[in-house]
Ligand binder design. Structure first.
Ligand SMILES: Nc1ncnc2c1ncn2[C@@H]1O[C@H](COP(=O)(O)OP(=O)(O)OP(=O)(O)O)[C@@H](O)[C@H]1O
Length: 693
């Protein structure tokens, strides 16, 4: 089986070669004002996404058609004449389960397709983002790709479950001749046709597979109808995909179809049907044309040419009539011819009138545009004024804050000094505290020792105190006994004296001298003995009494010592406690102060940063607004000159009818969108951030 294609790429072909051969001519055509479409069709997992997006958009070797085409577009813009002003818009959507979902605004999940004279076929409500550099497009692509419906199947771990459409619109206006053209580029990564038996689709995946295969069948039917040479009806409306791609398939578009096939014999039947599809599609004949707007100069030229032609024909007719009159032919006979000729001229004239009408409409559109722009400009100016006011207010606040900041910093420095001092005094206090603690400890030890001593003393004293009365009592008892003994002895002495006297009296009667002498001797002896004994008893008694007195004195002294020690201890403890409490309090206050200062320092640093950022943002915003204003002014001047030219033009053709204004033909993007215009010739780097016209 043989199939002939424009070019076949092997699995090892580079992304660049695919782009250069298949896609670049289409991108070039779009830059010339044509519509272009690049479609990737093939079995699931055959490499459609690999071709369109590429496995890695950030790798220059691996990036696919879409990122490369974006680079080409911006390269061509930077190489273009600087009198050409470009605007580039991007939209990204997918058709999933026959619903159009906006990939740049996922809240839009079921968008409708519409058609009108000005815009052709379009998806209503699809977000279009103005971009001014490649990076912005890549960002949008990444956002969109992340929002795509992708799932695991047995054949592809990241199988696209939807058809994705990436739409890039490039509009350009030549500020010299005021001509304009717009090219739309559709980049379509179709979902892969799949055999459910191979992909193992079930449940949700099966539902998706059915939808994918159905819409691809409709695509096949459309292509068949376009190429069979006899179909009068093309079933574009049978699926969302074919309806959106109506212009790309047999309409106003230069279209390139890339068919991707699996090199594996396992997929042979799918590969053959894919190639058949490709051959059919190759036979479609499209009718691309440049989507351009005529310049005033071009219209003028056309008008003057037609006027010249009319004059020439009038002269010719006049001459013919004269000649015919001379030959005697009735003019009425050739009236039909004349009318026919007149009809031809009329047709040209009508065309011119239609162009003039168009011109009027354009002029009124431009006037409207200008009004809107002037209004926008006014608003911008007011905004700038407000911003300036706000800025000066903020600047004033900023200066004040800077001043207070300086004060704060001064305060912080002071506080830091204070902190340092406090830290030093804290250290001193801590060492003092340590010493005091040591003293306290030693005092406590001393107190403990003293306590022990006191306890000992107490015990001793209490023992002694207890014992002393006993001793005194004993001593007294002894004294009493001794006294009693003495008394007894005295009684005995007296008795002895009495008996001695009686004995003496007896002796006196017998031998009074001898006996008396003997008795006296004995009595004296006995008397001295008793006296001695008595003296020793007295001495002993005296000693004992002295001992009691001494003991009582020691007891009193001990009591006094105990009391003084007790007093000393309570006083010392009290003082020590007071000192410790004071130190703890001081320490607490110091820590609190330290923390507060640290907090204040941190808060003031954050405040300063916030203010600095706020100020930078404001300056940037102000700068951007001023830039935007400048651009707006340029645009207004441009529009004014355009209007002037158009007014000059109209002054030739007559006054403008206000009723003929048809604002729907303006093609102006919705005002909520910010249009970014890019002037040709600007290098890519300086395009970044050029916004709003
Ligand atoms: N030419 C190639 N060189 C190397 N790897 C490739 C090539 N083509 C495709 N692949 C790899 O094959 C796998 C499937 O490719 P891809 O996802 O592009 O298929 P697909 O046709 O988009 O599938 P589906 O229709 O299921 O979304 C991917 O891992 C991809 O990197």
């Amino acid at each position: 089986m043989k199939f002939g294609f424009d070019k076949a790429f092997s699995p090892t072909s580079s992304q660049e070669s695919v782009y250069e051969i298949a896609a670049k001519p289409i991108v070039n055509a779009v830059m010339q004002g044509f519509n272009g479409t690049i479609l990737a069709y093939g079995q699931t997992s055959s490499g459609k996404t690999f071709t369109m997006t590429g496995p890695n958009m950030d790798d220059p070797d691996q990036m696919g058609i879409i990122p490369r085409m974006v680079t080409t577009v911006f390269d061509q813009i930077s190489q273009a004449d600087d009198c050409i002003e470009f605007s580039v818009k991007v939209a990204y959507c997918e058709i999933y389960l026959e619903k159009i979902k906006d990939l740049l605004d996922t809240s839009k999940i079921n968008l409708k397709i519409h058609e009108d004279r000005a815009r052709g076929i379009y998806i209503e409500g699809l977000s279009e983002q103005y971009v001014s550099c490649e990076e912005e497009v890549y960002d949008l692509m990444k956002i969109g790709s992340e929002n795509r419906e992708v799932a695991y199947t047995n054949m592809n771990s990241g199988s696209s479950r939807s058809h994705s459409l990436f739409l890039l619109t490039v509009s350009q206006t030549n500020s010299k001749d005021l001509s304009g053209k717009t090219g739309k580029l559709y980049l379509v990564d179709l979902a892969g046709s799949e055999k459910v038996s191979k992909t193992g689709a079930a449940g949700k995946r099966l539902e998706e597979a059915k939808n994918i295969n159905k819409s691809l069948t409709v695509l096949g039917q459309v292509i068949y109808s376009l190429t069979d040479g006899k179909s009068t009806h093309i079933p574009y409306r049978n699926s969302k995909l074919t309806r959106v791609l109506q212009d790309s398939l047999g309409g106003n578009s230069k279209t390139c179809l890339i068919v991707t096939c699996s090199p594996s014999p396992y997929n042979e039947s799918e590969t053959i049907s894919t190639l058949r599809f490709g051959i059919r599609a190759k036979a479609i004949k499209n009718k691309p044309k440049v989507n351009r707007e005529y310049t005033v100069a071009e219209l003028k030229l056309m008008l003057s040419k037609v006027q010249e032609e009319m004059e020439r024909k009038d002269n010719y007719i006049q001459k013919l009539e004269e000649g015919l009159k001379k030959t005697g032919v009735q003019i009425n006979d050739i009236e039909g011819v004349k009318n026919d000729q007149g009809q031809g001229e009329k047709l040209d004239y009508d065309e011119i009138m239609a162009e003039i009408e168009d011109l009027k409409i354009r002029l009124s559109d431009e006037v409207e545009n200008n009004k809107i722009l002037t209004e926008e400009n006014k608003q911008q100016n007011t905004m700038i004024q407000e911003m300036n006011n706000e800025k000066s207010l903020l600047n004033y606040k900023y200066t004040q804050l800077q001043e207070s900041n300086a004060c704060l910093e001064q305060k912080i420095i002071e506080q830091e000094g204070l902190i340092e001092k406090l830290v030093i005094s804290k250290e001193h206090l801590e060492s003092d505290n340590q010493e005091i603690l040591k003293i306290k400890m030693s005092m406590e030890q001393m107190i403990n020792e003293k306590d022990l001593e006191i306890a000992d003393l107490k015990m001793h004293i209490s023992g002694n105190v207890k014992k002393t009365p006993e001793i005194v009592y004993d001593l007294r008892a002894q004294v009493q006994v001794e006294k009693e003994k003495n008394d007894e002895l005295c009684v005995k002495v007296k008795e002895l004296e009495t008996s001695m006297e009686s004995t003496l009296s007896l002796l006196k009667s017998d031998s009074p001298n001898i006996q008396e002498a003997l008795i006296k001797q004995a009595v004296d002896k006995e008397k001295s003995l008793w006296l001695e004994e008595r003296k020793s008893i007295y001495r002993d008694l005296k000693n004992r009494i002295n001992k009691v007195i001494e003991l009582e004195i020691t007891l009193d002294a001990a009591k006094e010592k105990y009391e003084s020690l007790e007093n000393a201890m309570t006083l010392g403890e009290k003082k020590l406690k007071q000192r410790t409490d004071l130190l703890a309090k001081n320490l607490e206050q110091l820590s609190a102060m330290y923390k507060q200062i640290l907090n204040e320092k941190a808060t003031s640093k954050v405040d300063i940063k916030v203010l600095e950022r706020k100020n930078t943002r404001l300056t940037e915003r102000n700068y951007n607004l001023e830039e935007e204003n400048k651009k707006l002014m340029t645009k207004v001047t441009l529009y004014e000159s355009k209007i002037k030219m158009l007014e000059d033009e109209i002054s030739i053709t007559g006054p403008i009818s206000r009723n003929s204004i048809n604002s729907s033909r303006t093609g102006r993007p919705p005002t909520y969108k910010v249009r970014k215009s890019i002037r040709g010739g600007l290098p890519s780097s300086s395009r970044n951030g050029s916004v709003l016209v």
